[in-house]
Design a protein around this ligand. Structure first.
Ligand SMILES: Cc1cc2nc3c(=O)[nH]c(=O)nc-3n(C[C@H](O)[C@H](O)[C@H](O)COP(=O)(O)OP(=O)(O)OC[C@H]3O[C@@H](n4cnc5c(N)ncnc54)[C@H](O)[C@@H]3O)c2cc1C
Length: 546
């Protein structure tokens, strides 16, 4: 370590938010009138999942709906593991969040036939899987884009907010690491992707809003940045991580070398599309009486089982029996996207695979988004609040981003006057490392982790497969650590290092759950256990919060 020096004042802030998706942008806007805020984002502005969210945001808006109904639906989806107090809290703040988004200027789709908003504005509400009422407010089929565009524009106009793109947080700065008496979070080391230099960001409050970890799997609907950085940084800083075994898989993601992140909506099956093996055989009737319309996790498991049994790379969705007019009217986006890849869905089958879609587990936080480490918060997909339990209900995830951005902002505001920062932080020391001349190692290890996670820790698990994955990740972690210690950091290396931590946490969590519940399905323990408990992983450097 180099000797401490006063931190660069331009990098000193009140609130450092790592991540510029729905959660990070909302928190910034909620606190910026009272505090100076810096938001960090990897590469471009559109790196997070928020931009790609299609369906919408769940909230009780319709006069015929009720908070108790939304609570009940969420508890049912969560298969016994939701924290009822958190579910009630989240659901109760839904309408307030939507009103705020409307005030910010988000253009939700309107519907004069559906009386939805008490201000006299009528918004169209859709009904998604698990919801017993119409309660999903949306902006056509591109809600994330509308929300992101509006909030990002507001953030860029705010005089108290700095938005630093191409900035990748490497690790959190803690009192313990700096040898101080008090262990709290003091900011982060951050890589500037353009210059390759590492800067020290000192902050009174630090917020992880880094999104999910679905990039740990070979196939995912998430954009490239979803490498679980927040979870890995929090774990290394001594925070507990919970329920990482519950990763939601979407059954049908396009399988194409040029486009691996495109979801094929369930509505296609809703309108009659059939699932077929490469030889044309329709397999879903053998798995469930509702065949292609079985619940999402059952369809994903059936596809996975067929792919493992037959060794095929993908299965196919077939909507060719519908007329071209019907397809163009109902699925113009899917039609256009597939056609751009040379697939005319009116005459050809669509290659699909299940894909990792959403991480239910994450950094353990309380109702304020506060983690185990003082002045460190986690909000959005990177956090574990207790809302989702063993399975996330559709459109509750964006809701959680807003509700916990609100509560974290309120908590930080109360502490602003009596929380000081620390600016005598040693700069990043890279005097002993060199530029890597073997980047192939990074690419190879990335690939290896994501492939064995898919094969051994995916939709269907067994003790044997999980133990195999555990042996592999232990070896890889050593190799990656050696590499990290000897070479200058780059984004792929940092993501690989984080991915390895996240993979290990998912494997450990899956090994410790001796039952099948929600999204975790084990061939060795196919039944529900009588013991209902979260999987809480405690890092070796954990200290009980004061
Ligand atoms: C295709 C798709 C469709 C979806 N549809 C819906 C839907 O209809 N309704 C719904 O409720 N949910 C939906 N979801 C889930 C929902 O979009 C996400 O859970 C939510 O957007 C997560 O928001 P977030 O703010 O937590 O993180 P994200 O939006 O993922 O943002 C993460 C941010 O963190 C930054 N970041 C990450 N690591 C670092 C680092 N080390 N340093 C600096 N910055 C970092 C990224 O650059 C990014 O800015 C969908 C997800 C996908 C992928």
């Amino acid at each position: 370590m180099q000797p401490p020096s006063a931190a660069d004042p331009s990098l000193t802030t009140d609130v450092l938010i790592i991540g510029g998706g729905a959660a990070g942008l909302s928190l910034a806007l909620r606190i910026a009138d009272q505090a100076k805020v810096t938001i960090l984002s990897k590469s471009s502005l559109k790196q997070g999942s928020t931009y790609y969210a299609q369906g919408g945001i769940a909230a009780v808006i319709d006069a015929h709906d009720s908070l108790s109904s939304h609570v009940e639906d969420t508890l049912i989806a969560g298969a016994g593991l939701c924290h009822p107090d958190i579910v009630e809290y989240t659901v109760s703040r839904g309408k307030e969040c939507i009103d705020w988004l409307i005030k910010q200027g988000v253009g939700f789709s309107r519907d004069n036939e559906t009386a939805a908003h008490d201000a006299g504005e009528h918004y169209h509400l859709t009904k998604e899987g698990g919801h017993s009422h119409r309660r999903v407010i949306h902006a056509a089929d591109a809600t994330g884009k509308a929300v992101f565009g509006c909030l990002a524009a507001r953030v860029l106009q705010h005089p108290n907010i700095k938005f630093a793109i191409n900035s990748v947080a490497i690790d959190l700065l803690t009192g313990k690491k700096l040898g101080l008496d008090h262990n709290n979070c003091l900011g982060a080391y951050v890589l500037n992707e353009e210059t390759g230099k590492v800067a020290t960001f000192s902050a009174r409050f630090t917020v992880l809003a880094t999104g999910g970890a679905s990039k740990a799997y070979l196939y995912t609907s998430n954009p490239d940045g979803a490498s679980g950085d927040g979870v890995a940084m929090a774990w290394r800083a001594g925070c507990r991580i919970a329920n990482m075994e519950f990763n939601q898989f979407h059954p049908t993601c396009l399988y194409h070398p040029q486009d691996r992140n495109f979801l094929i909506t369930e509505a296609l099956r809703g309108e009659g599309a059939l699932l077929r093996l490469p030889n044309g055989f329709r397999f879903m009737p053998g798995y469930h009486k509702s065949a292609e319309l079985a619940p999402r996790d059952i369809v994903a498991r059936a596809i996975d089982a067929e792919m493992k049994k037959t060794g095929c790379d993908c299965v196919y969705l077939d909507i060719t029996h519908k007329s071209r007019e019907f397809i163009l009217e109902h699925f113009p986006n899917i039609y256009a996207r597939c056609l751009s890849l040379g697939i005319d869905i009116c005459t050809q089958l669509i290659p699909v695979v299940p894909a990792a879609h959403y991480s239910c587990g994450g950094v353990m936080v309380d109702i304020n988004g506060q983690s185990d480490l003082e002045n460190l918060y986690a909000i959005g997909e990177t956090s574990f609040t207790g809302l989702h339990g063993a399975n996330r209900m559709a459109s509750n995830s964006l809701l959680e981003c807003f509700v916990f951005a609100f509560s974290a902002a309120e908590h930080i505001a109360k502490k602003l006057d009596h929380t000081s920062g620390f600016d005598q932080i040693p700069p990043w020391d890279d005097s002993m490392v060199t530029n890597s001349d073997e980047d192939v190692v990074i690419a190879h290890n990335w690939d290896e982790i994501r492939r064995f996670m898919w094969d051994y820790v995916g939709i269907v698990r067994s003790d044997k497969r999980l133990q195999r994955a555990k042996r592999r990740i232990e070896l890889l972690k050593k190799e990656i650590h050696e590499y990290y210690s000897n070479y200058k950091v780059t984004t792929p290396l940092l993501e690989l290092r984080n991915l390895a931590v996240v993979a290990e946490l998912i494997i450990s969590s899956a090994i410790s759950r001796k039952e099948s519940r929600g999204l975790h399905y084990s061939l060795d323990y196919p039944d529900l256990s009588d013991t209902v408990a979260d999987t809480i992983l405690v890092p070796p450097n954990f200290t009980i919060p004061e």
